[in-house]
Design a protein around this ligand. Structure first.
Ligand code: SF4
Ligand code: SF4
Length: 385
């Protein structure tokens, strides 16, 4: 049976970024309020994963336990890289996912984050045969995969997994035509193969919600009815072949703003597309690092370095040209608030770069932080004891 996506809302609820995801401290009451507002606005697609800390359990309590099972769709994912030592581990993950969520079946089950060196682990443990068995046993209605990959890799996945019914791909206006991501080519390949697309990272981990003043000015002029996050979401959702666009929401304000963006949704018109093109050009000039904050790097770092927080600080520096503000962010985001180590304790093993789905040259970023931001840090620490 083909995957009928016609009843799925165009805004999907990405569940990776619930507040408190680093501990067992997700606020269930608050999450339930977000869920309720999203459902009330017509949303019905929730995306989680076994590897998102505490996300499935929180969703089980905030959504599944409180709403009829046939009033929403749940997608989850299994991971082979870094979490799997045998095929049995895939079955263990599945059973944990079902128990965490409190469901008898998933609407969608995906292999999580194919591409690069991560692909080999799925092949090693026969993950696609496992996925087919999940569907045959009625534990998932539809199966597919998510990928951060090249177009060539995507063509191979589609050939190797002919039973896949959907694919989850990154789409955002920053990376749409970038040679590192080639998102446009990937979407066109999926579309030509008849695979419906779920969009992830439409706001690039929040980066496009807080663009530089130059980009914000352009968006304000050409897309006056959207805030920067709304403009990014509308870009992704306007791409032909996309059936839902995930936004990783973690505040009620975000849920409400996104629901407004998707109420009576209209694809970008010609003038709005031109505005996005101008924003793309301005973004390309700014050189901001495209870290999405997914923290896959943190999962493999033996030193507990605050990698995404460090890159956030670097982006402050790049976007606003303010080394002192960036230095303050480095101390606050990484050390004080994040409780992580600073880049100067990195042993340069390279494991983080292998795990990064965005191909970020993390060690080069660390070099820039050391050379351009850290010299301002001591001064700032003295100024702000
Ligand atoms: S290179 Fe540094 S930051 Fe990356 S995983 Fe190794 S120790 Fe951690
Ligand atoms: S550096 Fe890469 S893996 Fe780490 S948080 Fe950023 S995008 Fe994710």
């Amino acid at each position: 049976m083909a995957f009928d996506t016609s009843k799925i809302s165009k805004l999907g609820f990405g569940c990776m970024r619930f507040t408190g995801r680093e501990t067992d401290s997700i606020d269930i009451d608050y999450t339930a309020q977000m869920v309720d507002r999203y459902l009330a606005a017509g949303g019905n697609y929730f995306d989680t994963a076994w590897a998102y800390p505490n996300s499935e359990k929180a969703l089980g309590r905030a959504l599944v336990a409180r709403h009829p099972r046939d009033s929403f769709y749940i997608a989850s994912k299994c991971v082979a890289w870094n979490h799997c030592k045998s095929t049995d581990d895939l079955e263990r993950q599945l059973q944990e996912t079902l128990a965490n969520l409190g469901v008898d079946y998933l609407d969608v089950y995906l292999m999580h984050n194919l591409g690069g060196v991560r692909t080999a682990a799925f092949e090693k443990y026969g993950a696609w045969e496992f996925m087919k068995s999940v569907k045959e046993r009625g534990l998932a209605k539809h199966i597919g995969f998510s990928a951060h990959c090249t177009p060539e890799e995507l063509e191979k996945f589609i050939a190797d997994y002919p039973e896949a019914e959907l694919v989850q791909l990154q789409v955002n206006y920053l990376d749409w035509d970038s040679p590192s991501f080639r998102e446009r080519e990937c979407v066109e390949i999926a579309r030509a193969s008849g695979l419906p697309v779920v969009v992830m990272e439409p706001v690039k981990g929040g980066l496009l919600a807080n663009p530089s003043p130059a980009v914000a000015k352009i968006l304000d002029e050409w897309l006056p009815n959207d805030d920067p996050a709304g403009a990014a979401l509308r870009f992704a959702a306007s791409v032909p072949g996309v059936f839902t666009t995930l936004s990783g929401m973690n505040t009620i304000e975000q849920v409400e703003a996104n629901c407004r963006t998707f109420a009576d949704f209209k694809p970008l018109d010609e003038g709005e597309r031109h505005g996005i093109e101008l924003a793309q050009e301005a973004m390309a000039k700014s050189g901001a690092i495209g870290c999405t904050g997914c923290d896959y790097c943190a999962k493999v770092c033996p030193q507990g370095i605050g990698i995404s927080g460090s890159i956030t600080a670097l982006n402050y520096y790049i976007n606003f040209d303010d080394a002192e503000a960036a230095a303050y962010q480095l101390g606050f985001v990484v050390r004080f608030n994040g409780g992580k180590k600073l880049p100067d304790e990195c042993i340069r093993c390279g494991a983080c770069e292998q795990a990064c789905p965005q191909n970020i040259p993390i060690l080069e970023c660390f070099d820039r932080i050391e050379q351009e931001i850290v010299p301002h840090r001591k001064q700032v620490v003295l100024m702000k004891p």
